[in-house]
Design a binder for this molecule. Sequence first.
Ligand code: MG
Length: 405
Amino acid sequence: MLETGRQVLAHVDMDAFYAAVERLDRPQLAGVPIIVGGGKRGVVSAASYEARRFGVRSAMPMYEARSRCPQGVFLPPRMERYHQVSRKVMKVLAGFSPLLEPVSVDEAYLDLSGTERLWGPPRQAGLAIKQAVLTATGLTCSVGIAPVRFLAKIASDRDKPDGLTVVDDLEVFLATVSLKEVPGVGARARQRLGQMGLTRLVEIRELGGERLERLMGVFGLRLWELAWGRDESGVNPQREVKSISNELTLEADTGNREVLAAYLSGLSQKVARRLRRKGLCGRTVTLKLKHRDHRLVTRSTTLAQATDAAGDIFTAARGLLDAYGAPGPFRLIGVGLSHLSAPGQGQAELFGAEKTGRDKALGRAEDAIVARFGEKAITRATQIPASEAPLDQEASKGHNKVKPK
Ligand SMILES: [Mg+2]
C-alpha cells in the first residue's frame, strides 16, 4: 500500500520558555509576572504571560520593563538550565518522529507525515505531543500543524499559550494570515505593501510574482509563493553526529589515577549507552583532561575494530590516562568516540538504506517506533545543532579536536 498523502508538519514552540522554566524552579512565583533578562544587552529575553499583560515584551530594554511592571520579578537568564530542559523537550519530540529540526532552544519543527498509524490524525498527534512535553517537563507548549512549514509556524502562534492549531483547509487558513505574521516580512516591506492597501498575505496574489520581485527582490518571489501556500522548505533533520562524548567537571580537582579511572568508567558507560541508542559504533577513543589552570589536553587512540561496548571504551581511555605523564590535578575529565559507523550488517539491514520495495510511510513509522522505543538501531544519527548544543556535561560535536597520538 503506497500512501502519498500530503505533508504533515508541526511547529512546536514552548510558551514563554525562560520565564516558564524559572517558574518551574520557583513554584512560589505562581501568578507573579516574571521577566528574564539583563546581561550585556540589557534587554528582556522572556516575559511571562502575566508580565505581558503589563506590556512587557521580548527585546524591550530592561529599564522600560521595570517601569511598566514594577511589581514583576526580574531574573538573570540561566542558559545552562534552559538548555537542560530543552534537551528533555527535544528528546520527547524525537519520540514522535525522527525528522526533527530544532531551530532554537525552545522551538522545533517535526515532520509527522506517515505517522498517522502511530499517533492518529494531526489534531490527536498535536495533543499527544503537548501532553508528552507537559509530562516530561511540567511545561506547556503551543503546536501548529500544517501541510507547509511556514503555516505550521504561524499556526503555533495563533493560540498561545498552551495552544493547538491545525490547518485543515489550506486556502481557508491562508485567507486569515496577515502579512505581519509571515516570517521575513519586515516593517518596511509591510509599510510599502500597506501603502498599496495590502495587509493580508493572500491579497498580494494580485500583484503578481514579477511585480513583487521588482518591489522586494528575491524575497518578493518567495512571498508570492507563500501567498499561494507554496513552501518547499519542509523539515531538515539534524546533522549527523561525528563524535559522541561525555565529560564531567570534578567536584574537587584531583590527580589520583584510581579516582580518575572510576570517573572514566562511568563516562565510558554513558558514551556506550548513547552510541547504542543511536545505533552507532566508533573506532577512535579520545581522552580529555583539563588541568587546574584550564589547560586542555586530549589524547586519542584508534581501535582495531569499532565498538559500542563500555568495556572497550574504558580500557582504551584508561590506557591513555596511564600514558599521560602529567600528575595533574585535573578539574575535568571526558571521554569521546569518533570515526562513527553503523554497526554490523545485521542491524544495518533491518533499518538501513535497503528499504527497497517498502512503502516510505511505513519506513518512517518504523523510524518513529525505533526513535520512541528502540534502544537498538536508528540509521540517522542526530543531534541538536552546535549553536543549541547543551552547555553542560553532555556534548555531541560535529568535529572533534583530536590530537594524533
Ligand atoms: Mg517560545
